[in-house]
Design a protein. Structure first.
Length: 141
């Protein structure tokens, strides 16, 4: 398996965990992510989360408010630089958050780092979605 194939596999696992999260269960995400104090997200719910505890909390927030849906990455481009790799693409998502059905198409960047022989997510960035942030705010989440 090439390194690029390994990143594709890590990405597939990441998006499988994201889909599980949209069904209300974020329990698969810790296996995909590094638990470092330096991991970060800037995902469609807004804000910036720094450190594993904050990242995990943000995914749990979405899971608690979600009632099913699907997200997939399209137009994937992968680049590898030693023990660091990134992918860019467009997330296409349809899901219900805080009782509101939403459709989001967001440009994303995911960064992976080889940690103890496995590729782990260390950063996830997606364009902010006013719809998601507003739905969560209305729900008081």
């Amino acid at each position: 398996m090439t390194t690029e194939d390994e990143i594709r596999a890590a990405s597939k696992a990441f998006y499988a965990a994201m889909n599980q999260m949209l069904g209300g269960d974020a329990s698969a995400l810790p296996d995909i992510w590094s638990h470092s104090d330096t991991v970060t997200t800037m995902h469609p719910i807004g804000g910036r989360q720094v450190g594993w505890d904050a990242v995990d909390k943000s995914f749990e927030q979405v899971a608690r408010s979600s009632a099913g849906g699907h997200v997939e990455l399209a137009d994937q481009l992968i680049r590898v630089h030693g023990d660091t790799a990134y992918e860019v693409g467009v997330e296409h998502a349809q899901f219900t958050v805080a009782g509101e059905p939403l459709t989001v198409n967001s440009r994303v960047t995911n960064i992976y780092y080889r940690e103890d022989g496995a590729w782990k997510v260390v950063h996830h960035h997606g364009d902010k979605s006013a719809g998601i942030a507003e739905a969560l705010e209305r729900a008081g989440k």
